[in-house]
Design a protein around this ligand. Structure first.
Ligand SMILES: NC(=O)C1=CN([C@@H]2O[C@H](COP(=O)(O)OP(=O)(O)OC[C@H]3O[C@@H](n4cnc5c(N)ncnc54)[C@H](OP(=O)(O)O)[C@@H]3O)[C@@H](O)[C@H]2O)C=CC1
Ligand SMILES: CC(=O)N[C@@H](CCC(=O)OP(=O)(O)O)C(=O)O
Length: 344
């Protein structure tokens, strides 16, 4: 069994790791941390896990205990993995970080967007961006993986085939994205209250969101040079879900767009290119490690519209983190991740 630890077990991505790993045939969870709930049994905080992890209690982060694991997931706010990852790597423990700490290659750019200096710039050179659809082989050999953010996952998967084939004008991309409220984490915030977030919808970060540099970095890699992107996120009254509506101006000899997407993702277990004319719903991926994509060419328009939906906590975070673990430890790629979406 692969021994894993989780730092930040009381948050939404932490409990989602536990839910998915409960069905993973090759993984044993040895340690789960929370400073505020240290000593509490996991199933006392999360009754959905009663009957699983009988002996597991939250504990304070302890480098010795975490360093005895084969891999440690960080499901923590940014800055935490900076402080702890180096020590774990020295102990021979591989690190899978769900936060943004190692996603940007440029420490100065990270500092500018995250408002603090980068805490582990020496590790950046070896960190691998954990989007399996672009980096599968590098992930297999990685010691340190940066799991992509939820919006960046949906946006990159939706635009990759178009940029890799130079089918769109890369200077004028638009990503209009909507998220459920769990995207903001489990910590109490006024904006996440039922009375504030339900029956309403709002944009935020319209003049610059910290996922912009991450998306731009990934799309720039696919295209071969810097891309121009306008990214506007919205908060919607859903618990889970990301819906990205992506726009690009077609150029050159326009290929069969449906075939382009189907061929690009033909071997990908967690990307579903839907039939022509489809409008994927966020509930079609709820609880599942899946990104569903539909590509449209509206009548009388030279613009392609791509619809890309994921569950922010599964393909957008914890499921993708486990996909990375499966690649790093040579497990069946879909282990623990093959459950269908919930309905209704
Ligand atoms: N929610 C989402 O949809 C997505 C989230 N992410 C990213 O994943 C990470 C976790 O997100 P989420 O689960 O929503 O976060 P939450 O705010 O829900 O949970 C944070 C967890 O981290 C622990 N923690 C906080 N500060 C520290 C610290 N200094 N040292 C050790 N542990 C700490 C907390 O426990 P305690 O304070 O008790 O120790 C808690 O368990 C974040 O970086 C987030 O941006 C990525 C993709 C999607
Ligand atoms: C709805 C909402 O607030 N969503 C979060 C994104 C969640 C996420 O992926 O954040 P990380 O990049 O830190 O991992 C936000 O916009 O900040």
């Amino acid at each position: 069994m692969i021994k894993v630890g989780i730092v930040g077990g009381t948050g939404y991505t932490g409990v989602e790791l536990l839910r998915l790993l409960a069905r993973h045939p090759d993984v044993s969870v040895e340690a789960i941390t929370s400073r505020s709930e240290a000593g509490l049994a996991v199933s006392e905080l999360y009754p959905n896990l009663r009957g699983h992890y009988a002996d597991l209690r939250f504990s304070n982060p302890d480098p010795e205990r975490l360093g005895a694991c084969d891999a440690v997931f960080f499901a923590t706010p940014h800055g935490v993995a900076h402080a702890l990852a180096g020590d774990l790597l020295e102990r021979g423990t591989r690190v899978i970080d769900l936060s943004a700490d190692f996603r940007l290659r440029d420490a100065d750019e990270w500092a500018a967007w995250y408002g603090q200096s980068h805490g582990a710039p020496k590790l950046l050179a070896e960190a691998v961006y954990g989007l399996p659809e672009t980096n599968r082989e590098r992930i297999r050999g990685a010691r340190l993986v940066a799991v992509p953010g939820c919006y960046p996952t949906a946006v990159q998967l939706g635009l990759l085939p178009l940029l890799e084939s130079a089918s769109i004008d890369a200077n004028h991309l638009i990503a209009d994205c909507k998220s459920g409220v769990t995207g903001a984490g489990r910590g109490a915030k006024v904006g996440s209250l039922l009375a504030e977030a339900s029956e309403s919808m709002k944009s935020y970060g319209a003049s610059g969101h910290r996922h912009l540099p991450e998306i731009r970095q990934g799309l720039g890699d696919a295209f071969g040079e810097r891309v121009g992107l306008t990214f506007v996120p919205h908060l919607t009254p859903m618990i889970r879900g990301i819906h990205a509506t992506l726009y690009g101006r077609l150029q050159g000899d326009v290929a069969d767009l449906q075939a382009l997407f189907e061929q690009r993702f033909a071997d990908e277990p967690f990307v579903d290119v839907m039939p022509p004319g489809s409008h994927p719903e966020t509930r079609s991926v709820k609880g599942a490690n899946m990104c569903r994509i539909a590509v449209h060419r509206p009548v009388d328009s030279d613009t392609v519209v791509v619809l890309s939906v994921i569950d922010n906590l599964v393909k957008g975070a914890s499921g993708q983190a486990i996909h990375n673990l499966n690649l790093m430890f040579d497990c069946v790629e879909t282990a623990g991740l093959d459950a269908p979406a919930m309905m209704p």
